[in-house]
Design a protein around this ligand. Structure first.
Ligand code: PNW
Length: 488
């Protein structure tokens, strides 16, 4: 498409970071190579029957454990300045704790150094859901406070080894999501005694302590990249202007973004409605813990894909706040992709990702809401992206590579970010999900978020049109030059 600026005054300021993202279990493969220990995701994909579509696994993934040099070269070739990936905890510590695996440390050394050689700045996530299996089975993983020290030991090894070669660190990817993986499917993991409906909140409690401790550790070690965690969610719009819908929408913020953002960015503690709930489970932060947690993120990193309308339950909130068999317990809110006039908020994504609506018009209001509600050193969209619909039904490779709805999503989304910036919201970076098609968790390889097509027989990669659209948008609007590196 011809490059035409929508508005001459829109600019991504100098120093704005942009790039592409991935996560270890979704792309690396090499599941049994060089001393990697098992993670809970190996159990989800291997033992839990049809937990993933087609029983797909991450055993081979995109083979990036072996193909990272070409992957880094391919993004450098287009001028992408940042690559955000995660480190596999059970490669570094095959048992989650104890002996360190030097082969894994050497591997990520080379991934990071290859990035730097190609002029791509590495951004590293410590934990993208692949909990070492041993930690789940020995004490319940994130359900136990023992996780805090083990995460800290892992973080210490990673910070000391890669220290100042990394410009941005993310401790945890989307604690809202991984905490809602609890309770884990019965029969595959050592049993735990915490009631099922309480488990996500125990996980969240320890995730906050682990994140905050790792942040403090990094600062005490003199690590100079920014450190934050990746929150997630979307803009929440009250369906009507009724008081009940406003209250339901507030509870939705509290039980999602606010669960982790309020402690870290506001006061070290949960938002009130959540505090009321978790205190009934015996989860309260001491004053010392509150001061540990408060202020432990340099930027507000948000995985922000989509938006929804929110509304109150039909029969009041008394029951859903307290009765654990009520389907809306304990957050007491409903959500919908359909607005008050019956129009959809945006086009829905593929059959495997019904949660994803192409609703980019709401992005400026969302970014403004984040800035006003959780003041920080700047907002980063640490993931945004799109699945193309019903890819199995499309046989022509050209059709797959001409992914126009994803191109439109990136272009519209980035222009919405530019509107927010022009209106005074401090957005500091954007990272597209994902560098290439990969294991989309329970959707297996069927949901395709990639800006590159991957042939899962030959592992050959092909750029999709959306990748060029994404880069071209920065060529058009970024103050800093986009510098493609072509290698022989
Ligand atoms: C993120 N939702 O997950 C993850 O960080 C990625 O690993 C994943 O591949 C990507 O988004 C695409 O799904 C999410 O239901 C999963 O709102 C689900 C939701 C949000 C994010």
């Amino acid at each position: 498409s011809p490059l035409v600026s929508m508005n001459e005054s829109w600019k991504f300021p100098s120093g704005f970071f942009w790039g592409v993202s991935s996560a270890a279990y979704q792309i690396e493969g090499a599941a049994q190579a060089e001393g990697r220990g098992p993670s809970i995701w190996d159990v989800f994909t291997h033992r839990a029957t049809y937990l993933t579509v087609s029983n797909d696994t991450g055993d081979v993934g995109d083979n990036q454990y072996y193909l990272y040099k070409q992957d880094i070269a391919r993004i450098a070739a287009l001028g992408v300045p940042y690559y955000s990936f995660s480190i596999s905890w059970s490669r570094i510590f095959p048992f989650g704790k104890g002996p360190v695996n030097e082969l894994a440390l050497a591997h990520y050394d080379d991934v990071i150094n290859t990035c730097l050689q190609y002029g791509v700045k590495p951004m590293v996530t410590l934990y993208h859901w692949d909990l070492p299996l041993f930690l789940q089975n020995s004490y319940g993983g994130w359900l136990s406070d023992e996780i805090v020290d083990d995460f800290l030991s892992y973080a210490k090894v990673v910070f000391s080894r890669y220290g100042n070669r990394v410009s941005h660190w993310f401790t945890l990817n989307e604690p809202i999501e991984f905490c809602q993986e609890y309770p884990m499917p019965k029969g595959y993991f050592t049993a735990v005694t915490i009631p099922p409906e309480a488990q996500p909140f125990f996980c969240g409690h320890h995730a906050l302590l682990a994140h905050a401790s790792a942040y403090r550790l990094a600062k005490s070690m003199g690590i100079n990249g920014t450190i934050s965690f990746k929150n997630n969610g979307g803009y929440k719009i009250p369906l009507t202007n009724s008081t009940d819908d406003a209250l339901a929408t507030q509870r939705a913020w509290d039980f999602n973004e606010g669960w982790f953002a309020n402690p870290v960015f506001v006061n070290g503690d949960y938002p009130q409605s959540l505090k009321d709930h978790v205190s009934t489970l015996g989860l309260e932060f001491t004053n010392e813990q509150k001061s540990l947690i408060n202020g432990t993120a340099d930027i507000f990193a948000h995985d922000a894909y989509t938006s929804y309308f929110y509304f109150a339950p039909d029969v009041g909130v008394a029951d859903c706040l307290t009765n654990s068999s009520n389907p809306l317990y304990p957050g007491c809110y409903n959500s919908s992709n359909t607005g008050p006039t019956g129009w959809l908020i945006g086009a829905a994504s593929d059959m495997y990702s019904p949660w994803l609506q192409r609703a980019t018009d709401w992005v400026p209001a969302f970014l403004r809401y984040i800035q006003d509600t959780w003041p920080s050193g700047g907002i980063a969209i640490s993931e945004f992206g799109w699945t193309e619909p019903y890819e199995e039904l499309r046989t022509l490779k050209e059709d797959i590579l001409s992914d126009y709805t994803r191109s439109a999503y990136f272009r519209n989304y980035l222009e919405s970010v530019l509107i927010a910036i022009s209106e005074g919201v401090n957005v500091v970076g954007c990272l597209a999900w994902s560098i290439m098609d990969n294991l989309e968790w329970t959707s297996g390889y069927h949901a395709k978020f990639g800006m590159q097509y991957v042939n899962f027989t030959t592992y050959e990669r092909n750029y999709k049109a959306s990748f060029f659209e994404y880069v071209n948008t920065f060529k058009l609007y970024a103050e800093d030059p986009v510098t493609p590196i072509f290698v022989e």
